[in-house]
Design a protein around this ligand. Structure first.
Ligand SMILES: C[S@@+](CC[C@H](N)C(=O)[O-])C[C@H]1O[C@@H](n2cnc3c(N)ncnc32)[C@H](O)[C@@H]1O
Length: 231
C-alpha cells in the first residue's frame, strides 16, 4: 500500500508581508495526513468518495498544493481542490506556489470571508474541509475600534480566541457533503477555554476527536477532527 509520508513536501515561497508562513500548526495537519492517507483510504474513508476538498484560510496554499500533488500519484484520488482566503495577497501567493510545483491551474481559488462569497452550488459538496484558523485570543486591553484596526488575520481568533472558529463551524455544515461520512479538520490552542468551546461544539451537534497535540512555548496546539453526530 502506497502511503504519502515518503512524498516530498511542496516547494513554498512565502515572501509576502501578510501571508502566514508554514509553521508548527501547518505541519501538525500535514504530518497527520501523511500518516492517515494512502491510495485506498482518506483517514478511513474510501478514497473514491473524496470528490471535493476545501483548504480554507489557505495562506501560502501549502495544504491545497500538498493534496493536489498527491492526485498525481494515486489513481483513485481525483478530488477537486479548493483554496480560499480572506486576503487577496494569500491567493496571489497560492497561484505562485501552484506554478512553482508544476501544477497547471488545477486549484480553484475563492476570495471569501469564511463561506460568505462561496457560490451556492458548492453547498453540500465538500467531503473534507481543513482550516488552520486564527485561534489566539485578541489583546483585551484594546477597545472595539483599536481591535478592528489591529486585526491580524493569521492569529486573531476573537476575544476568547475561538469565536471565528465557531462562526466557521456554524457555516461549514451547509457546505459538507452529508451523503457519506465527511470530516472537518482544524487547529486550536490551549490558550483558549477548551471546556467552553467543546461544550458549544456538542450543542451544535458535532463530535470532536483530538488527533494530535504539540507543546510550543506557552501553549499546546491541538489538531481536531469534527464529524456531525449522525455519523
Ligand atoms: C494560521 S493562518 C494558516 C495558513 C495556512 N493554512 C497554513 O496552515 O499555513 C490562517 C489563515 O486564515 C486566513 N483567514 C483569517 N480569517 C479568515 C476568514 N474570516 N475567512 C477566510 N480566511 C481567513 C488568514 O488570512 C490566514 O491565511
Amino acid at each position: 500500500m502506497i502511503k504519502i509520508n515518503s512524498f516530498p513536501d511542496p516547494i513554498i515561497e512565502y515572501d509576502f508581508e501578510n501571508v502566514y508562513p508554514p509553521s508548527e500548526d501547518t505541519y501538525l495537519l500535514i504530518d497527520y495526513f501523511k500518516e492517515s492517507v494512502n491510495e485506498k483510504y482518506f483517514d478511513g474513508i474510501n478514497i473514491k468518495y473524496i470528490k471535493n476538498i476545501l483548504d480554507l484560510g489557505t495562506g501560502t496554499g501549502i495544504i491545497a498544493i500538498f493534496f493536489q500533488l498527491i492526485t498525481q500519484n494515486f489513481v483513485n484520488f481525483n478530488p477537486k481542490i479548493y483554496a480560499s482566503d480572506i486576503l487577496e495577497e494569500a491567493l496571489i501567493c497560492v497561484k505562485l506556489n501552484e506554478k512553482l510545483n508544476g501544477i497547471k491551474k488545477k486549484i480553484t481559488f475563492i476570495k471569501s470571508d469564511l463561506f460568505k462569497s462561496f457560490p451556492l452550488n458548492l453547498k453540500n459538496t465538500f467531503d473534507i474541509i481543513i482550516f488552520n484558523p486564527p485561534y489566539l485570543p485578541s489583546l483585551d486591553d484594546l477597545n472595539e475600534k483599536e481591535r478592528e484596526l489591529n486585526i491580524d488575520y493569521s492569529w486573531n481568533g476573537g476575544i476568547k480566541g475561538y469565536e471565528l472558529v465557531l462562526k466557521f463551524i456554524e457555516q461549514a455544515r451547509q457546505f459538507l457533503n452529508l451523503h457519506h461520512k465527511c470530516y472537518i479538520y482544524f487547529i486550536n490552542s490551549s490558550r483558549t477555554n477548551l471546556n467552553d468551546f467543546n461544550y458549544i461544539l456538542k450543542q451544535k451537534g458535532y463530535e470532536n476527536e483530538i488527533l494530535n497535540k504539540k507543546h510550543i512555548f506557552f501553549e499546546d496546539i491541538i489538531l481536531n477532527r469534527l464529524t456531525l453526530r449522525k455519523y
